[in-house]
Design a protein around this ligand. Sequence first.
Ligand code: IFM
Length: 418
Amino acid sequence: MKEQNSFIFPKGFFWGASTAAHQVEGSTVNDWSEWEKSEKRLKHLRKLKLIEKFGEDNFISGMAADNYHRFDDDFKMAKEMGHNATRFSLEWSRIEPEEGKFDEREIQHYQDVIRSARTNGLEPFVTIWHWPIPLWLRDKGGWESKHMPKYFARYADRVVTALSHDVRFWITLNEPQVYSAESFLIGEWPPQKMNPSAYLKVFHNLIKAHIAAYHVIKRISPEAQIGIASHNMHFEASRRSFTGHIFKAVADWWWNFYFLGRIANYQDFIGLNHYFHHKMDHWWKNRKNRILSDLGWELYPESMEHVLMDLKRFGKPIYITENGLADEGDVKRPWFIVETLKRVHRAIENGVDVRGYLHWSLLDNFEWGEGFWPRFGLIEVDYKTLERKMRPSAHLYRDICLRNGVTEELLEKYKNLL
Ligand code: IFM
């Protein structure tokens, strides 16, 4: 429904924000935490003078936001912020610290997390794997191992058996496209490989792992809704560029649709993580006069509509499981949220079945290779005191959540921020 300048979303729409265990919990012991402290990694950062610039602590996840102990307070804040949904991940290395040995206390911990989400009126979207793996798995070859789908299905079996009575939405894998490329092709993330054949092996193991977990989850909980969080980008070909159109077609085929196509019969919804827009001419081309985030990523809300329209082909409900920006001063976030939501609304009007929007992120967090300095949170975290403070955009977003959309009156109220 659209009244003049208002953009009201369908009844029952989910509003919230996302996090991931390693980025906010603190005190995790996994392949990432070990890699962060490794001499090889620190040497590389020293060479790039990044330690001088940001300090060594920036690159070590350590206590992070201590969400492991503060989850209840963080959910209370999410409730105050008008959210009715939340997305977070389970930390595999806590739950299965040794091969085949599951830690009941840690499973209980996640039961408590889910109960707290429900008590605070938040529908939990639970990610089973958001990148790090336990050390024993790393030592067995990690995602390159052909046994990985089996290990993943066993882990999924254990957690879903314990948690399914309170969880309806399961996200098996976060951004398999990004993980496989950064870790096995570009060599930026652990285990820092630049090996196309390892990349393809990992990619296909991730497909198999999802399908295996899908069957496991459906057996335990037939009514469960299962998907992945897919990182889809908007590739835009320059109008008159023939090669641009070829590059766009190939990029769309491989990056945006291949994984989703392979699991098409084994997903109940599509989780969309959306951040990037790429203009393609004879190759990657930056648009002129771009608005950038603190990380130098282009902020182009129009992209959201294109990416959503493209996903219509799968005929599944879509939940936006991530979308956001690094913006420490919260200067661009209010504008970005409002403009993006207008595009989501337009996609819905054009027949795309979008059922939720989860902003990235609830809290400032540990941004993988870059560390702590990029600030993605609706809630600002002071890493010295661990104090939390809502950014102005959190207030704006609360009003959107409570009104189930962007209204004219809200645009007027926040006009100084927009
Ligand atoms: O922080 C990440 C998240 O873990 C996965 N999606 C993109 C975010 C921002 O880079």
